[in-house]
Write a protein that binds this ligand. Structure first.
Ligand SMILES: [Zn+2]
Length: 125
């Protein structure tokens, strides 16, 4: 029995296609690690700098999944490239463990952020 709705199945198929397209384009690398490698100077003055440095050092490079900047529980898009970042396991875990620092560098998108709508499923969500 298939418990998945046709809409969900279509979304997942679209997501698989997205992953394959990223792989073909040579973009299948940990994008969170790339953010850690380019932390703005003002944040590097912040007490978080040690956290960013540790995270950058822990990045494996090879993605094991896709990080959703706006979570799907917050109606984040599973298909919009702006919402999705190929990510390795250590980087993904860091984002979960450090939500404030992750938000400060755009790895987490929240209501009120300028990318909130861009990362959502629908224009009005
Ligand atoms: Zn990484």
């Amino acid at each position: 029995m298939n418990r998945q709705s046709p809409k969900k199945a279509a979304e997942q198929a679209q997501r698989r296609e997205l992953i394959e397209a990223l792989q073909r384009a040579g973009l299948w690398e940990c994008q969170i690690g790339q953010v850690f490698a380019r932390i703005p100077t003002d944040l590097m003055q912040h007490e978080w700098r040690h956290k960013f440095a540790a995270a950058a050092a822990a990045c494996m490079g090879e993605p094991t999944g896709i990080h959703e900047r706006r979570k799907r529980s917050a109606v984040g898009s599973l298909t919009t490239l702006a919402n999705l970042m190929p990510a390795c396991t250590p980087c993904n875990q860091w984002v979960e463990a450090e939500p404030e620092a992750a938000h400060a560098v755009g790895l987490v998108v929240r209501p009120g952020d300028h990318e909130w709508f861009l990362c959502g499923k629908g224009r009005n969500e």
